[in-house]
Design a protein around this ligand. Structure first.
Ligand code: ASP
Length: 361
């Protein structure tokens, strides 16, 4: 996809006579409902020029911040999101890392949790806020949730602690009053405004009259320069088990010539049907260097393969635990690790490690 990116400034860079530099935020608009408008002929929502839509949020001028925008051209519905565009986002952040105090990414809700998860691995040593947000209703509509989400996301991206360090130096999703660690989120609602949940990690902040940060839950990387990563491998697959699943399905996935990793969505605490052929195919996968990661179909809770015989058989077949990982996080973590060409043993070891606050061990 050919992307034309440009920066435009929403307000003068520095306010005169200010003793201290006002916070600066780069607003990266990738697309999504927040910037869409209804096509009068079809009634379908389509992307629109974001600068026009920003005029709907004059409140932004009241921030004492330098806010610049960076627009993907064309903006996309996030169902068209691709790992190449995650690379693009990382490049934009890297290029402007020293210029801004924080980054807000406007993104469609459909795949926002995937993007947030991927960025959390790709931006190693992140020391500045990267806040993703969007909306369920376009920003131009009367009842939009977009204004609130946008304004608060900017405020969070600019927030500092008393020692002037960034309040939330993490990749997060802010949506409908909650700030969540990005790689812990899942889209749960296609109707209501509270579209995201972080089932296995508490929220980093709650927004009401005040923005209440849970500082002890916020991750801070040890000092060191940002280490951006650009390599991702898409040869991964996600497979959901169900009662009655056929051997041919598992066999076909394991034998796919290009496949390097499988996220296996199992039952309960990481259990699977006790079929001889399932264990045989999983062992074959391990022999061929394919990483199989076990995550549970339950949105809340973690995999514990030693708890039942139905889980233990997977552990014995070489399956790696995904602990309490979300599907979005497990698949993007695999893309990230495989992109770095680690050996299968090293990839398995890193899947078992907490790299960016994504699992509870
Ligand atoms: N289809 C839209 C998207 O993900 C939905 C949204 O933004 O809420 O881009």
């Amino acid at each position: 996809m050919n992307l034309i990116l440009y920066i435009c400034s929403l307000k003068p860079r520095f306010l005169e006579n200010m003793k201290e530099k006002s916070p600066s935020v780069l607003l990266i608009y990738t697309g999504g409902t927040i910037g869409m408008i209804e096509n009068p002929d079809t009634g379908a929502l389509e992307s629109f020029n974001f600068d026009e839509l920003l005029k709907q949020v004059p409140e932004l001028k009241r921030f004492n911040y330098q806010i610049d925008t960076y627009q993907f051209q064309p903006p996309i519905d996030s169902s068209d999101m691709e790992p190449e565009l995650w690379v693009k986002m990382v490049r934009i952040i890297e290029e402007h890392y020293d210029t801004y105090d924080g980054f807000v990414i406007l993104h469609g809700t459909d795949t926002m949790a995937y993007t947030a998860s991927a960025l959390s691995f790709m931006l190693e040593n992140l020391a500045k806020p990267v806040i993703l947000t969007g909306s369920q209703l376009p920003i131009g509509m009367l009842r939009t949730d977009g204004k609130e989400n946008l304004i608060t996301a900017i405020e969070i991206a600019a927030a500092r602690r008393p020692d002037r360090s960034p309040m939330v130096p993490e990749v997060c999703i802010f949506f409908e009053n909650e700030l969540m660690r990005g790689n812990r989120t899942t889209k749960v609602n296609a109707e209501n405004f509270n579209a995201f949940r972080s089932f296995n990690y508490p929220v980093l902040a709650t927004v009401g009259i005040h923005i209440r940060y849970n500082e002890h839950l916020i991750r801070r990387c040890p000092d060191g320069p940002l280490k951006p990563h650009y390599l991702l491998d898409k040869n991964v697959v996600m497979l959901t088990l169900f009662p009655g699943i056929q051997e041919s399905v598992i066999g076909m996935v394991v034998r796919m010539p290009t496949i390097k990793a499988i996220v296996l969505k199992t039952f309960g605490s990481g259990n699977a049907p006790q079929k001889e052929w399932l264990v045989r195919h999983l062992k074959e996968a391990e022999r061929r260097g394919i990483i199989v990661v076990n995550i549970t179909q339950c949105p809340r809770g973690a995999v514990e393969m030693r708890r039942y015989g139905t889980g233990l058989q997977l552990l014995q077949a070489g399956v790696v635990s995904g602990y309490d990982s979300t599907p979005e996080c497990a698949i993007t973590k695999l893309m990230f690790l495989l992109g770095h060409d680690f050996s299968p043993e090293e990839t398995r070891r890193l899947m078992d490690s907490d790299l960016a606050g994504e699992i509870t061990k």
